[in-house]
Design a protein around this ligand. Structure first.
Ligand code: GLC
Length: 622
């Protein structure tokens, strides 16, 4: 670090900031100069970081220091997330604050508040088109409400996660408005083209995100006489991170939001943030440079904040976003391929591919923390390992077709309900939408008033959660899944939503169901209490820390998955039957007696019979 800079920071009253910037300055500068070669913009960034540090609330700073001294804090076995849209869950931010008791009842200590920043109704992409990064949507409340909520959450030990949608802004963002009026300074914050020449070149190599609902990666702006790059919807304008002004300003927004008491920043659509002609514009090296800078900036200003990367890609593309041990990037990433492979397993009753997928994840360094989930607010894309499936004679296109037919409930022994998403007539590709409960048969059984089918559906819901909790990482529930909420078809009556079938599984929380959670004569009570038992086991058994050893065990039974976990002298084996028939797992763990944690029965993990859609959590006796 240069002497004069050292002196400047030394004059600072706050030694904590000084220490941190001293530690990280050289690397940050190096990365910044590599991308931008602009030392005055870098100096501005450092000055502003200091300002954000100084304005950061004392309580948040105390928490930062605590977390700095316990860097593994988020790997604990009690970590359990829940995601929801604020209006769907409780009307507005104040409503969420008044429902924190329910969140605690769910054993949840991390809530992901889905996008709540200002956006234009009808052109919002579920809030992922932000028009003002410093304003809360009026219908949801104010920044003060947010600060009050984060403080209330912290008092209860609940972490708060929010989206940082950094790839694009809404076309109604003030930058976009100025760009549209021809202001060159603002046009350079986006990708503007006065002819289709360059866009056409991009289109040769850049795939499409929304092939049917928003085809193409560019939008013609009649009034401006320009094309603008729009990877997602036409009203979501891609930001140009070649421009250091964009990077700096977005980092200031990031720090501003962190200072409102946010614990986890979900970096939306992160692989897309750097564009380069003749590439796919995904996962380019510069993206990693930027994420690493974000990590350093947060380590300096707000080290208690975690970065969660949204990388919906195949495993080889996902893991690099953790960075390296010396140069970490994201703290957490979604376990997306495992999620999709789970549903493949539900449809095929064959755990082979899932076992392989888990083996890949389990072979990664234990420092990596994955977020596990059965579904989220987005569609399920069938990003499976088709290389492996192909060796069993299963072709990609026909298999995707099968999965989509299966989950729409059109084939064979399927009890699922749901809808396709972005069915592309050219590639034959389509993704899938539905709630966990609907995909497991709760909707169909309820409609048909078929008690036996309902019993089976509830068992499947519980088995899938039990299996998800056993994976290495942190589980995240989608709000409503804990009471078996089914698809919401009312989005079809809303002109702002009808074109986007993801709203099928984004229905409002049904509080009538939540009123029955104590009543195990109801479906919702059975699911809620079943999950509750699993959650309690998870937080009392230390083998569920995210950095425990986790591995799979061959069961010699096509439909039964076996996962082992070991930590600090303790061992648990989980068995999960993905079939509607009773099965036997031909495992042979000869190291003594085990106790099954749900029933309390003593068991030996040797040739274990498991009922249809059942599971066991077996803990080795001391
Ligand atoms: C992310 C969000 C998705 C949104 C997209 C564009 O993938 O999860 O809902 O459509 O980003 O911002």
């Amino acid at each position: 670090m240069k002497e004069e800079i050292k002196k400047e920071w030394a004059a600072d009253a706050d030694s904590v900031f000084q220490d941190r910037i001293t530690r990280h300055h050289d690397e940050l500068r190096w990365l910044y100069m590599e991308l931008y070669g602009n030392s005055s913009m870098f100096a501005e960034l450092c000055d502003r970081m200091r300002e954000y540090y100084l304005e950061r609330d004392k309580k948040l700073k105390d928490c930062d220091e605590e977390r700095e001294s316990d860097r593994e804090w988020y790997k604990r076995n009690d970590m359990l997330g829940m995601m929801f849209y604020i209006d769907n869950f409780a009307g507005n931010i104040k409503g969420v604050e008044s429902r924190l008791d329910y969140i605690e009842q769910c054993n949840v200590n991390y809530v992901h508040l889905m996008p709540f920043l200002d956006t234009t109704e009808g052109r919002s992409d579920g809030g992922y088109a932000v028009s003002d990064f410093r304003k809360v949507q009026e219908k949801l409340g104010t920044m003060e409400d947010l600060e009050s909520l984060t403080a209330a959450c912290h008092r209860k030990g609940i972490n708060v996660c929010m989206d940082f949608v950094m790839n694009h802004t809404s076309e109604d963002h003030e930058w976009a408005k100025k760009a549209r009026q021809g202001d060159g300074e603002y046009m350079s914050r986006y990708f503007f083209f006065d002819s289709y020449h360059e866009p056409a070149m991009y289109e040769r190599t850049v795939p499409q995100v929304f092939p049917t609902t928003a085809p193409g990666n560019f939008t013609w702006l009649e009034d401006a006489g320009h094309f603008v790059m729009t990877t997602f919807y036409p009203y979501q304008w891609d930001l140009n991170y070649r421009n250091p002004r964009v990077f700096n300003e977005m980092m200031y927004h990031f720090l501003y939001l962190a200072n409102r008491g946010i614990d986890i920043i979900r970096i939306d659509a992160v692989p897309y943030i750097w564009k380069e002609l003749n590439t796919s514009c995904r996962n380019l090296p510069q993206v990693h440079n930027i994420v690493r800078m974000m990590r350093i900036i947060s380590e300096i200003v707000c080290p208690g904040v975690l970065l969660l990367g949204e990388v919906v890609m195949e495993p080889e593309k996902v893991a690099p976003y953790f960075g390296t041990v010396k140069k970490p990037e994201c703290h957490m990433l979604y376990n997306v391929t495992t999620m999709a492979t789970t549903w493949h397993t539900v449809a095929t009753r064959d755990v082979k591919l899932l076992k392989r997928q888990l083996d890949i994840v389990n072979s990664l360094p234990k420092e990596y923390v994955f977020l596990n989930y059965l579904r989220c607010h987005d569609d399920i894309g069938w990003g499976l390992d088709y290389g492996i499936l192909m060796s069993d004679g299963i072709g990609e296109r026909s298999h995707k077709q099968y999965l989509n037919d299966y989950f729409q409930g059109c084939v064979g022994n399927s009890n699922s309900r749901g809808e396709l998403y972005n069915a592309d007539p050219v590639t034959g590709d389509a993704r899938f939408c539905g709630t966990t409960a609907s995909m497991c048969g709760v909707e169909k059984a309820g409609f048909e008033q078929d008690e036996a089918a309902m019993e089976q559906a509830v068992r499947l819901v519980l088995m899938l959660h039990a299996y998800m909790f056993m994976q290495s990482g942190i589980p995240v529930l989608y709000s409503g899944d804990e009471v078996g909420q089914v698809n919401d078809y009312t989005y079809k009556e809303n002109p702002n939503k009808v074109a986007d079938s993801r709203y099928l599984h984004r229905g409002p929380m049904n509080w009538d169901l939540a009123a029955n959670i104590q009543n195990t004569d109801t479906v919702e009570g059975r699911i809620f209490q079943g999950l509750n038992r699993l959650e309690r086991i998870r937080k009392t058994e230390k083998v569920f820390v995210s950095n425990a050893d986790t591995w799979t065990i061959e069961t010699w039974e096509q439909s039964v998955l076996c996962i082992g976990r070991y930590f600090d002298g303790e061992k648990i084996i989980g068995l999960f039957n993905f079939s509607e028939h009773d099965k036997t797992a031909w495992i042979n763990e000869t190291d003594g007696d085990y106790v099954e944690l749900i029933s309390g029965n003593t068991m030996r993990p040797i040739g274990v019979n498991i009922p249809a859609y059942g599971f066991y959590y077996m803990k080795k006796k001391k």
